[in-house]
Design a binder for this molecule. Structure first.
Ligand SMILES: Nc1nc2c(c(=O)[nH]1)N[C@H]1C(S)=C(S)[C@@H](COP(=O)(O)O)O[C@H]1N2
Ligand SMILES: [Mo]
Length: 485
């Protein structure tokens, strides 16, 4: 038996462990097949829910760093242990290649057991094996110099594998979308309309967002094979359905502008975006299924284990979208099919949709189990996203306003802290009944100004002035900013 592993071996083990993780990522990207996915799931399941919710509420997406670092640590320990064993076997044979093979093989097998996914296992095994091959086994009487050189080679190996893998993995994660070919003219007309109606103001996103936010409950969103995908319609229906993607596409198709906002979006946050979606009206599917629910409620379920419950009446005017901005729905937005529920918080717009389960009695959705109240209609909001001074000395403020299906009637701006109000200019509305609008306001600055913005929705209701946090029912209040000359 050998005693404690040399520090050189430990260094190689850590590096090879990291290379194993990175190698798996290179082959499968950010997907459930990534070796970190099941480990992270394990960690999340074993960290008390209160801590996860607390850290996400306090730190936003950064809150995920907490369980994420535990995951990486666990994996490095696990792989590192296999590397140390591999090094020991190799040293007995006095062969670096043997060490590399034993390490690579065992890392691959363990990864395969965890995921189970062949490319992921091969990637992890290659990553760890290559680093051991470069940096493993020091001669019987290791001179410090040599051993350092080996570690340096290991570091170089990890960096090399790392850069290449991160690149490969990212390419894989953003698996490409294709342009929609059917109905192309109508799609292009819509997109052109959105461009024409968007203000040309510095720092203001157009009505069709250039980058659309994402919020995922699972750290590794699923990648679904469109041909194997089925949409079940189950529960309290006369006809249960199991629709293929082709079944769905054969139904009448619509293009709709729809805005999404996350209930977790703070007043000055940017978890709100607009897009043109292509899909099939939910009603076309429900008609065939013939629901008869006692609670008038429905549960949508998804491939990532996500589920949300809300009124069936809210789903009926919805869209089952398979296209976004004239292309196939991107994986991160729910490919192949997601639900769009008019005027409701983002969370019920279930991505990677697999089941419409018509319920007999009320149930509790994923976020509601975690204390949120996000299944209802959105709050009215006016965002102030950009301000500045033009060449001619006039000042401007601009942003978006959104009130779901109530629509936006007016946005008002005060430049004196709320004493007097003027109407802002609104962008021409886009077709659709769940679309945001842009607003802008120009003024002659005199010293500093306390700018306040508020919206009036389509029913004539002024949005509440009092500010509240996003948790649990969505942020409210008037936005303000100080304008310094
Ligand atoms: N299957 C599934 N659907 C989901 C989610 C999810 O985690 N899983 N997140 C929801 C939340 S909280 C929001 S705000 C929206 C965000 O949609 P986007 O990521 O396309 O912007 O998707 C909703 N649909
Ligand atoms: Mo959300």
């Amino acid at each position: 038996m050998q005693s404690r592993p040399a520090s050189h071996d430990v260094a190689v083990a850590v590096l090879a462990g990291i290379a194993g993780i990175v190698g798996s990522f290179a082959f499968v990207g950010r997907s459930p097949a990534f070796v970190a996915a099941p480990v992270d799931q394990f960690v999340v399941n074993h960290v008390p829910g209160a801590i996860v919710t607390w850290s996400i509420q306090q730190l936003g997406q950064t809150g995920h760093l907490l369980h994420w670092s535990v995951t990486v640590l666990l994996l490095v320990l696990l792989f590192g242990g296999l590397v140390l064993a591999g090094l020991r076997v190799g040293r007995r044979r006095d062969r670096r290649l043997v060490a590399a093979l034993v390490t690579g093989g065992s890392v691959a097998i363990v990864t395969g057991l965890l995921t189970p996914n062949l490319p992921s296992a091969v990637g992890a095994g290659l990553g760890a094996g290559v680093v051991v091959g470069l940096g493993g086994i020091v001669d019987e009487s290791p001179s410090t110099i040599r051993s350092r050189r080996r570690v340096l080679r290991g570091v170089a190996g990890v960096l090399g594998v790392g850069v290449a893998s991160a690149f490969a993995g990212l390419v894989r994660s953003n698996r490409r979308t294709e342009p929609l070919t059917e109905d192309r003219d109508r799609i292009d007309d819509h997109l052109e309309t959105a461009t024409e109606r968007s203000f040309d103001v510095d720092g203001l996103e157009p009505l069709v967002s250039e980058s659309f936010y994402t919020v995922d409950a699972a750290p590794f969103p699923p990648k679904i094979d469109r041909d194997a995908w089925r949409l079940k319609v189950s529960g309290a229906v006369d006809n249960r359905l199991g629709l293929t993607f082709e079944d769905l596409r054969s139904l009448p198709v619509e293009h709709r502008f729809v805005t999404l906002r996350c209930v977790g979006d703070p007043l000055d946050g940017d978890l709100i975006d607009g897009a043109l979606w292509t899909g099939v009206p939910v009603s076309a599917v429900l008609e065939r299924a013939d629901p008869h629910s006692d609670c008038g409620c429905v549960m949508l379920r998804a491939e990532d284990g996500y589920y949300e419950e809300f009124p069936l009446a809210a789903l009926e005017p919805g869209l089952l979208a398979f296209g976004m901005n004239g292309r196939t729905l991107p994986s991160e937005h729910g490919a192949p099919v997601r639900a769009l529920v008019p005027g409701h918080w983002g969370e019920v717009n279930v991505k990677w949709l697999t089941e419409i389960d018509v319920l007999e009695e009320e149930a509790t959705g994923y976020w509601e189990k975690r204390g949120w109240h996000g299944t209802g209609p959105v709050n009215t909001v006016a965002k102030l996203s950009t301000k500045g001074v033009r060449q001619d000395g006039t000042a401007y403020v601009a942003g978006h306003a959104y009130a779901g299906t109530r629509g936006i009637d007016r946005v008002e701006v005060s430049i004196d802290g709320g004493s007097t109000w003027q109407a802002a200019t609104l962008s021409e509305p886009l077709p659709g009944d769940d679309v945001w609008r842009q607003w802008r306001y120009g003024f002659q600055p005199e010293g500093s100004h306390e700018v306040v913005v508020r919206a009036i929705d389509g029913t004539g209701t002024l949005q509440p002035r009092e500010r509240s946090d996003a948790f649990p029912s969505g942020a409210t209040g008037w936005v303000r900013t100080t304008f310094e000359p």
